[in-house]
Design a binder for this molecule. Structure first.
Ligand code: G4P
Length: 279
């Protein structure tokens, strides 16, 4: 897929992140569990190379459970701490602090040996747009939004959210830019809703998505739309079958393919169609 994309903000965001990252111990990186590679920007590995690293496989409620397990193992193998979660759910936040402490235990131990007590771990949240950074910060910080900084007597500058005596979080997340150059990555970002709809062709995106689902998750498609198809069938025929099955019709009984496109994208993004992993 081709994208009309003007990465105007990218340099600014990157510069900001280079500054912010100096202030922290731990990078909490959100990826989309449905596309754990396509939703990463590998620049973060260079930017955060001397930091402790935690990857949150977010939107795990929408992803294929088995694949999420496989991807978690893949990232762990590479040395990351990994948690899969639904950032909207407060209950998923319970063990995050324990994992943050575990990821930073070397630093905590070093502080202890130097006689430094109760110096909180400082962390920042990073990720591409729409991956769930704000949702995570809200769920994790909850009511503990006692901000430090910018108070009388406190140096003007960054705002920190003090979560508890052990962890402080930078209150503004770092925005990573997705890597569009690879058309496969672009496709994954488009169908999951990570990028705005005005920079790609929705019809092509939905055709590619249906072709993919026809091969890797055919039963979900068959059951959800109550249609039958063979995996070799042209995707436009499958779209017509969905139109008929779901009553996507224009005046005179003409099939309304625009409506099918909207329907499929919505059903895919909300998980109504099933739990899928594309990477
Ligand atoms: P951002 O700060 O990284 O840009 O993302 P944000 O928190 O704004 O989340 C983007 C959308 O993703 C929100 O949907 C949010 O509710 C949803 N979201 C975040 N985490 C999860 C998760 O773990 N599971 C699911 N299913 N959804 C999640 P929204 O408010 O409806 O926005 P939009 O989708 O209409 O843009």
């Amino acid at each position: 897929m081709n994208f009309q994309w003007y990465p105007g903000h990218m340099t600014k965001a990157k510069r900001q992140m280079q500054e912010d990252i100096k202030l922290i111990d731990l990078v909490i990186e959100l990826v989309d569990a449905r596309i754990p590679l396509s939703s990463r920007n590998p620049d973060i590995d260079e930017l955060g190379k001397n930091k402790y690293r935690l990857i949150l496989m977010n939107k795990a409620d929408l992803a294929d459970k088995e694949r999420t397990r496989e991807w978690s193992a893949f990232f762990k193998e590479k040395g990351f701490f990994v948690v899969s979660l639904d950032a909207r759910s407060k209950s998923g936040m319970k063990n995050i602090t324990d994992i943050v402490m575990e990821a930073c235990k070397e630093k905590i131990e070093r502080d202890r040996k130097r006689g430094i007590k109760n110096r909180p771990v400082r962390a920042m949240v990073v990720g591409i747009p729409n991956v769930g950074k704000s949702t995570f910060i809200n769920s994790y910080a909850g009511k503990a939004c006692a901000k430090t900084g910018n108070k009388p007597g406190v140096t003007k500058g960054k705002q920190w959210i003090r979560l508890n005596k052990s962890v402080e979080l930078l209150d503004t997340p770092g925005i990573l830019w997705p890597k569009f150059e690879d058309p496969e990555v672009g496709f994954c970002l488009a169908v999951t809703g990570a990028i705005k709809e005005d920079v790609y062709d929705r019809e092509t995106a939905v055709e590619l998505l249906l072709e993919r689902l026809m091969h890797i998750y055919p039963e979900d498609l068959r059951v959800k739309y109550a249609i039958d198809f063979s995996e070799a069938e042209p995707v436009r025929e499958v779209m017509s079958k969905i139109a008929v099955a779901r009553g996507c019709l224009k005046a005179g009984g003409v099939l309304d393919i625009d409506k099918v496109i909207q329907l499929v994208l919505r059903d895919f993004r909300t998980g109504r169609l099933g739990r899928f992993t594309l990477d």
